[in-house]
Design a protein around this ligand. Sequence first.
Ligand SMILES: [Fe+2]
Ligand SMILES: [Fe+2]
Length: 294
Amino acid sequence: MKLIHISDTHIGRDDNTLRFERVVDDLLAHPPCAPEDCVIVHTGDLIDSATDTHRRAARVLLDRLATRYRVLLCPGNHDYGDAISLDEEAAETFQQTFRDYIFQGKPSSFPVLSEVGANHAFIGLDSNAEELRFWERWFAEGHLGEAQLSALDRLLDSPVVAGKQVIIYLHHHPFSFGYSVTPDVGDRNPLYNLFTQLSRPFLRLKDAYSFSQVVRDRAQVLLFGHMHFGLDCSGESRKYGIQMALDGSSTTCAEDEADRMRYRVIDLADMSYTVRTLKLQDDRGKINHIETVA
Ligand SMILES: [Fe+2]
Ligand SMILES: [Fe+2]
């Protein structure tokens, strides 16, 4: 079983729609696995802001992927609003628009369990769940909340998950690696640097500690996005008995102004992964170079 991890596509911002189109083209033209042996997980910030235009563009692209792959999606903060705050109505609209990818035909509640084959249990979470009230909704933090964590706890104990490889996916990152990655002096805009320096400690999951206590020794893979760093956090997750934890970066490199896109292909059998990197040739979006890094 292989898992393709994409994240933070921010469709609608700059030329990200074109960039994600090229990623979709690549996944359809060069599938890394057979359809029955492959799942795509998108860990949120599918769109850049909660508008009909962005949702429509994203729906078209996910539907193209779904002609070839099973696609699982969890919501990010931008999907429910924008970079600054979340909106309850936008959250409802996003869940409705993408309910087949988020809830997989199940009732509309989190956590979402998707059994894939006989041996894999994928569990999707909403890390915006407790962020929708007025005093909570600011500055792109994440908060799963007690109700969702209790439900996750019960799910991980249930017979339907027992003995399976468990893959948990959510948008906000549960580890503190962001503290140690800071912009270089003179890199980018000084105001942006100041903001990110000051805000990074607050951008992670508010209840990261409680989450780590629920999932420790009970899952094999954790997938998330949000910070666009693309780091392998497995060193941190192994402290909690979780073999692999990956930040999916931004598949479209939404904030890099770079000419590349990327995604990971994870082999769940031997717990290894490769990174596939695509580069744009010009502003018409033709791909001129593809590299895969082990
Ligand atoms: Fe993002
Ligand atoms: Fe985010």
